[in-house]
Design a protein around this ligand. Sequence first.
Ligand code: DOR
Ligand code: ZN
Length: 347
Amino acid sequence: MSSLKKIKIIKPDDWHLHLRDKKILKKILRYTQTFYRRAIIMPNLNKPITNCKKAIAYKRRIINASQLNTKFEPLMICYLTKETSLQELKYGFFKKIFIGAKLYPDQSTTNSKTGINKISEIFHILELMQKINMPLLIHGEDNNFDIDIYDREAKFIENTLVLLRKTFPELKIILEHITTKEAVYYIEENNSPYLAGTITPHHLMLNRNNMFIGGIQPNLYCLPILKRNIHQNALRQAISNGSTRFFLGSDSAPHLYENKINLIGCAGIFNAPSSLLCYVTVFEEMKALKYFESFCSKNGPNFYNIPINKESITLIKKPYKILEKVSVGKEFIIPFLSGEILNWSIL
Ligand code: DOR
Ligand code: ZN
């Protein structure tokens, strides 16, 4: 009998994932499918997913790209613009085409140039979403050029989120990929059934120093950008105290090597091959393994009000080498922690 430590949990879901399209999609989907039963698919393609027709077609492309036999369900999101049609949104939500809608502040990140400039532009949309109980996912950064890049999340909370929640107190909001103590405290203090946050493995494992150790590290550039270690520690504390308001959202965001290592490099960290193993590593370091399953597999579905998965997955404490690169034709993508060894593997 093996004496290796094992953890069996309900198969998790990834509540924030970028899968892209075409040849990249085909190459990377398998990594998410191995570890996750469902995932929320971000709509920020070159041509964003702004209506039901595009969402249905994209979902089909994802399902058709599957190379594995494991069941996997993409959960689709509508990219909000000030032109989003109320009828379309309502229809998409009731027909279960969309599980939620996403607010990208204009120019805040990859493919967000048709995002929202002023939150009041979409109050009529938010009013409907509150009424029908449709979750709003937020990239929470204030994109005003005068604001320091490290302060953008805290300023978004101060300048936008507070007002938004005051105006729509029963709108379900997920503040995505939180990176600061301000976000952690805001969610904890409010402790509201209408407010939750997702946390990525890279923001739990790293801080802004890591971006510059030994030279600039373009593979660690993402948005929101890695912050000081006090913020990293606040995130690590947040997942360790068992709050049900935080859950897993990897923000795995692949870019081809040539687009990352360039004069102007893209933001995004491709962590799908190791995200779950990174999370378990952090929970173990924080002596918080008893909350690992709820973070990965229960808090998310409970917040979104959908059933918890029936399948399970077993992780085993055994060294695991993260693959060095994923080839995409003649090009390739470098995964997070490429070539490094983690202490946990999947059985
Ligand atoms: O680093 C990021 N990459 N942050 C985002 O918000 C978007 C993502 C992407 O799509 O590449
Ligand atoms: Zn993202």
